[in-house]
Ligand binder design. Sequence first.
Ligand code: EPU
Length: 417
Amino acid sequence: MEKLMITGGRPLQGTVSISGAKNSAIALIPAAILAESEVILDNLPLLSDVAVYSEILEELGATVTWEGSQMKIDPSSIKSIPMPNGPVKKLRASYYMMGAMLGRFKEAIIGLPGGCNFEPRPIDQHIKGFEALGATATNEHGAIHLHAKELRGTKIYLDVSSVGATINIMLAAARAKGATIIENAAKEPEIIDVATLLNSMGAIIKGAGTETIRIEGVSELHGCRHSIIPDRIQAGTYMIAAAATRGNVLIDNVIPKHMEALIAKMQEMGIGIEEYDESIRVLGAPSYEHVDVKALIYPGFATDLQSPMTSLLTQAQGVSVLSDFVYSNRFKHVPELVRMGAKIRVEGRSAIIEGGQLNAAKVKAADLRAGAALVIAGLTVSEGVTEVTGVEYIDRGYDHLVSNLRLLGADVWRQTE
Ligand code: EPU
């Protein structure tokens, strides 16, 4: 078992470069199977989820070459193979194989996803979209069976602005007959990234990034080259870590516009922020104001930064209230932070956080962002060594975390038991 060992108390200093976005990459890789020829993805993050996705595509018969931050996917010889088990079970986002396979083959059998299960995460809106396009969907022994004689464009209203459902419907609709309109679509930057790739492949998608997306179906898509957007959650995590350690860090290769909600909250706390074209400098201060934060769908404060933000708010003076309106119970980091001496209680969808010093402890990451929160907490503690287990979750979303933190001056290392 691997764990992260952290001796904190050192202000992070220097520059960190952000990799491509995980939540884009794991939608763009399956999107590539809709093409008839090679798709090249640049700025790919080096993550375990990406490795699992390349395994899934290879299982289907695609040729995948992955070197550094570039992946070449040649889907010309892929076949429609049922995937009720195997690597699809390791990933939450394997649900994108449903939309991609349905778009390409009009059929798919995909095992229900694994991944970060911090609370039940339904996919009813994905299924509703596929059915509206003309597919039948059944759940047989934990695998979703999808089949359509043909996919026909239609109007689909999402009951919740789901990132996954919006992307999945775009994937299936890209090769449907006629026009599909998604209403109440999610507006996250990763959706624009997927639409950009599909359009480069010859799709006709308009309105991505707004709540109405129109997809004009085409019969065939071709290969292309695409560079993945920077990971706004990874960027936000380093911004928060820089502030929590009262450091001075330049976060490079970011789109500052994607970080607006976090920047606003950090400034409200009294943290110095300098914005440049493709980078952001975070300047820590000796003390921080408490703030209230509401995690919402984009462009609101990202739920994926809610757990890291909890750790930062333990460093503020007074009581902060952090509420999550995307997930009602994404608080698995809280009991672990309490183990480190944090004064936090959860009431309904909110964590009530009273600022104060943390202590080193042995803690366990129960999901990806909870893990990031514990690492940040460990970085603030100057006495003793914080041990974080559950590293496999953290590896799902943070490319080169340990080496990046070490370059910023942190005393962090991996230890295998
Ligand atoms: N929801 C439904 N029905 C559905 C789909 C979603 O009720 O069919 C609900 C969910 O339960 C949740 C809300 O809608 O309350 C939003 O869920 P969404 O579908 O937008 O989430 P997702 O697509 O499953 C992606 C990211 C998550 C991120 C959320 C919200 C990927 C692979 N995952 O999940 O990222 O938290 O959007 O922004 O893109 C992470 O990176 O740590 C992570 C969990």
